[in-house]
Design a protein around this ligand. Structure first.
Ligand code: NAG
Ligand code: NAG
Ligand code: NAG
Length: 980
């Protein structure tokens, strides 16, 4: 097809009708938020999907002001058998600029369990000429009433065994050859984890640790696979491996529900319309396979001598192992708690190259960019060329005879594949650690050259027993995952080199959509550490950390990181799933817990519970999808009311909390915890107000606005120390949080409070004393209130406590974000090197350093500038952000042309079908813009106002602030602004 298109294009070109071939056309089409191009079996769980597309400018960003004026969508069913009717829907030409969340508008819902295809085209500048159609995009719909479908079938059983560790199950079935197979669809759930084979093949080999983790008794996820091409007439076989996962494992504080179990349905539809079904039932047989032991925390033991290559093929006969019939086991979902079997409606966890898709292109230029600025390379693995998906060790050492320690050069999450050669029955042992030693803590001994003590109860220990293949054998674990940088192999029968090891990175499948690089090596390394830290903590739910005996859905961590996460990665389906898991465990009084799923700790600390309102709001902001707000509105409101119930008894002054402004840098104490909790309460009330306004719920928005005003006054009254003129105990956290809340600090006190904050930072020699809650607010607060220089100075710091200290201290070169500011000097008790909660600052890189703000009314580009005296800290940035409309790019350079001081060159790319406001701030206090050029032509000058509308640029000067604003449509722009 591409070749045909090319020929056609050439043909058109020869005829001279270039216009048609160059018309902007739709690409990167989404349906129901799924990015169609990267999914080979696209399943949607709604009868009324919405569509989004980007509009290509044919790689000519110089082409400007592309706007859609109309679209047309055609959708039709795919007839599976002779019995099906053809369904067609054609939207016709719809005059509309809308290109995201465009509704399916047929009178008829899509059918469940059906196959469809759709395509679309658009009209842009020329009303009579449409773009080419996209290619047909195929998808299928899920069984919408899946829970009833699976539970109403009395022949369908959850199977496993209470007698043996049955982790390999199989079943053969005969497919008649009377009519050709036209469709074969599987619904499967295997909990804790499953891997699924048909006729000897793993159906989706990069898919791992499936299904996603839930509060199993309330929601157990079911996956679906199209196996049409795997089935043929005659005998077929299905095999399933089961792991313990979070269902059967020994996990900290989480119930062990019982042995792993499987639910399986396969429906085969033949050409003649007949169907046959294969179900999990007591005709399946099972045994303990080659996995002897598996645990999320503690690794896996694998005896390769127990492998039976043909176990998932028809005709398999195994006289050596004890296969027994499977037992029926109870369903994991609880009827009493209205538990449901639910389609897993989000991208699965994957390993290696299929796990991360890349929508930006700057990572390919990262090296060139750094080189051009003479900057040192970023430490750790790069996403460039997808090489960040499977890591090769950068070195190997042999601390003792028989032990190899590999350094991946990057703290990551996944496991290693190792090539071994040796005698049958030889055992090899694998350990995983984040660091080699804990240098400053007296009892922090490392054993065997790696430090595993901070993993606490999680051993991350794998064992492999060789089958003795003379050609060598490769091991990688199946049902466990490790957080580590150092990989240690003991007892390898052959000498190992770095070429014998490769380590796939494992996380929920996602798209890298943001890139930020700058002239500051410190900020670049922080950005690197945040992206890797974030990727390390999306394991079907947002986790606090990936390595020790925790890895839990701590809500505070999820709330703090979501804004940064949504700038860096495409995670809408992932977070919608998490919101559902939160709502699953919301009590009838609105209370939610600190940890989800399987949460404990009701009611949550307000800064943890804020995950529900915060994630809801951030998803809306980043995806401009108000449906998210309406779906969760009642849950958010009930949650806010629940906090209010506690507040009715305590007031803000004694508002309940559990954690406060967690882990401030020692020796700093924690600030008043009631103030910290009150911050979250006010923050969430204001989110509720915002939500009610977007949704047009006027009564709520009035009531909560009045309530907010009352709370704001109370906050000031009870926490402001009128004698000292600061909040609470004077700690930075208290000032930051009061100032960050709208309308709390009275106008006449704002300057005093700010000055107190600034002088405290300065008294600490430009260091923070903030914990996780206030650190997240600090940077935007400073930048938005005239103290951007200080914000950049703080982020550029490398002395303790600072982000930079994490990778410039004498002890470790962090490649992810630490849990504690002072990791090297703390004991192993709570000291992860890969927590994402302090990664919150990453949002500020996009929102303030690049100044990209996406809102429903358009894009604003307003990079905050350090003043001339701090220019050495940050003189260039280059930022890309892939939005639903396409790529936004902002890059600037200060004073590139030596002859013109106090100037800035700024290149901006705005995607088609959007408008943007580009705002230039004065480069130093009191400065005024004297000339504004675009593409080397003056479009505004202080001397002559008549330039204002040159080439249709609308330029505004704010006479009060001296900000310059240029309104632009899509395209690439090269601005130069000179200040005096
Ligand atoms: C699966 O097949 C059975 C008959 O074998 C049929 O009753 C059932 O409706 C089918 N389910 C779906 C979703 O096609
Ligand atoms: C708290 O007080 C408000 C206002 O008096 C009231 O509307 C609300 O129902 C109270 N909530 C609880 C749980 O007592
Ligand atoms: C940190 O990285 C630098 C530069 O690669 C290296 O020289 C130094 O030894 C590393 N420090 C540690 C503790 O690994």
């Amino acid at each position: 097809m591409p070749r045909l298109l090319f020929n056609f294009g050439l043909f058109v070109f020869i005829l001279g009708c270039v216009a048609h071939a160059q018309l902007p056309s739709p690409f990167d089409v989404r349906i129901d938020h799924y990015k169609t191009g990267s999914i080979h079996d696209l399943v949607i769980n709604t009868p009324r999907p919405r569509f989004s597309w980007k509009i290509s400018n044919n790689n000519e960003p110089s082409q400007r002001n592309i706007e859609q004026i109309a679209y047309q969508i055609q959708l039709e069913s795919i007839k599976v058998s002779a019995k099906d009717n053809l369904f067609q829907w054609d939207s016709g030409r719809i005059v509309s600029t809308q290109s995201i969340h465009v509704p399916y508008a047929s009178r008829y819902d899509l059918s469940a369990g059906a196959r469809y295809r759709f395509r679309l085209r658009i009209w842009t500048s020329i009303p009579n000429e449409s773009s080419e159609w996209t290619e047909w995009i195929y998808f299928r719909t899920a069984i919408f009433n899946l829970n009833e479908y699976l539970t109403d079938n009395a022949n369908l059983l959850w199977i496993g065994s209470t007698k043996i560790n049955m982790n390999e199950l199989r079943k053969e079935f005969l497919v008649p050859n009377t009519s050709p197979v036209r469709s074969a669809i599987v619904y499967i759930s295997g909990i804790g984890y499953y891997q699924f084979y048909i006729n000897g093949y793993n159906v989706d080999p990069s898919r791992k640790l499936d299904p996603g983790w839930t509060t199993f008794e309330i929601r157990t996820l079911v996956a679906t696979f199209d196996v049409t091409s795997n089935i043929s007439a005659g005998m077929n076989a299905v095999g399933v491996k089961l792991g313990n996962g979070w269902y059967s494992g020994e996990q900290l504080g989480i119930p062990t529900y019982g042995p792993p179990r499987l639910l399986f349905t396969l429906n085969i539809t033949f050409q003649n319309g007949e169907q046959m079904q294969v179900l999990s039932d007591q005709t399946w047989s099972g045994r303990q396979g080659s996995i002897l032991r598996d645990s999320v925390y503690n690794g896996e033991s694998y005896d390769a001598r127990n492998e039976r290559v043909d176990w998932a093929r028809p005709g398999f006969n195994d006289s050596l192992s004890a296969w027994i019939m499977a037992d029926s086991l109870p369903s994991p979902v609880s009827e009493a708690r209205n538990g449901q079997l639910v389609l897993q409606d989000m991208p699965p966890i994957r390993a290696g190259f299929d796990a991360l898709h890349i929508e930006t292109d700057m990572s390919n230029h990262e090296r060139d960019y750094l080189k051009s600025m003479n900057l040192k390379y970023i430490q750790g693995a790069s996403f460039r060329d997808g090489r960040g998906s499977v890591l090769k060790p950068i070195s190997v050492s042999q601390p003792t005879v028989g032990i190899h320690t590999f350094d991946l050069g990057q703290n990551m999450v996944g496991w290693c594949r190792v090539r071994l050669r040796g005698l049958r029955g030889v055992g090899v042992y694998f350990r995983h650690a984040e660091i080699l030693a804990q240098p400053l803590h007296s009892t922090g001994q490392s054993t065997g050259g790696i430090y595993t003590e901070n993993l606490r109860g999680a051993t991350q220990f794998d064992t492999y027993i060789l089958r003795g293949d003379p050609n060598g054998e490769i091991y990688e674990p199946t049902f466990t995952v490790h957080g580590f940088r150092y990989f240690q192999v003991s007892g390898a029968p052959n000498p190992l080199t770095v070429d014998d090891v490769e380590c796939p990175v494992v996380h929920s499948e996602t798209v890298l959509k943001g890139n930020f690089i700058s002239s500051s090596p410190i900020i670049n390394q922080i950005q690197h550490n945040i992206q890797w830290g974030q990727l390390s903590n999306i394991m079907s739910v947002p986790t606090d950390c990936p390595q020790r005996d925790e890895r839990r859905g701590w809500m505070g961590d999820a709330a703090l990181s979501v804004n940064e996460a949504l700038y860096n990665f495409d995670l809408i389906k992932f977070y919608v799933n998490f919101l559902n898991l939160i709502c699953d465990v919301q009590q009838s009084n609105g209370a939610i817990p600190d940890v989800v799923p399987n949460g404990g700790g009701y009611p949550a600390d307000p800064n943890w519970g804020t995950a529900l309102p915060t994630i809801t709001w951030q998803l809306y902001r980043h995806y401009n999808d108000s449906q998210i707000l309406s779906t969760y509105y009642d849950h958010v409101r009930a949650y806010v009311e629940n906090i209010r119930g506690g507040y009715n008894n305590t007031g803000l002054v004694n508002l309940a909390y559990q954690f406060g402004d967690w882990v401030p840098p020692p020796p700093q104490p924690m600030t008043n915890e009631h103030l910290i909790a009150s911050f979250a309460f006010l923050h969430d009330v204001s989110i509720l107000i915002n939500m009610s306004q977007v949704l047009g719920k006027t009564a709520d928005s009035q009531a909560y606005s009045a309530f907010y005003q009352q709370l704001a006054e109370e906050f000031h009254r009870v926490f402001f120390n009128t004698a000292a003129n600061y909040y609470a105990d004077g700690m930075q956290s208290a000032q930051v949080l009061a100032l960050a809340l709208p309308n709390v600090v009275p106008e006449n006190a704002r300057v005093t409070v700010f000055n107190h904050l600034l002088s405290d930072i300065s008294a600490k020699n430009n260091h923070v004393s903030t914990g996780i809650v206030s650190t997240a607010q600090l940077y935007p607060l400073l930048s938005d209130n005239g103290h951007h220089d200080l914000a950049v100075e703080l982020i550029s710091s490398t002395t303790y406590p600072s982000y930079g200290y994490m990778f410039t201290n004498p002890y470790e070169n962090a490649t992810t974000i630490w849990e504690l500011w002072d990791a090297p000097s703390e004991g192993p008790g709570m000291n992860s090197r890969n927590h994402i909660m302090y990664g919150s600052v990453g949002a500020w890189f996009y929102s303030h350093l690049a100044g990209i703000d996406l809102s429903s009314t358009g894009i604003t580009i307003r990079p905050r500038m350090v003043s001339e005296t701090k220019k050495h800290l940050l003189s260039k940035i280059n930022c890309q952000l892939s939005t639903l409309y396409g790529l936004v790019q902002v890059s600037y350079t200060r004073d590139e042309r030596d002859t013109v001081a106090n100037s800035i060159l700024m290149s901006v790319i705005i995607p088609p079908n959007t408008q943007a406001k580009v705002v230039f701030e004065p480069l130093f206090p009191g400065s005024r813009c004297i000339t504004l050029l675009e593409d080397n032509q003056t479009i505004w000058s202080l001397a002559s106002a008549e330039f204002t509308h040159v080439r249709n640029f609308a330029v505004e000067r704010d006479t009060r602030t001296d900000f310059m604003t240029v309104h632009i449509g899509s395209g690439r722009y090269e601005f130069q602004v000179v200040w005096q």
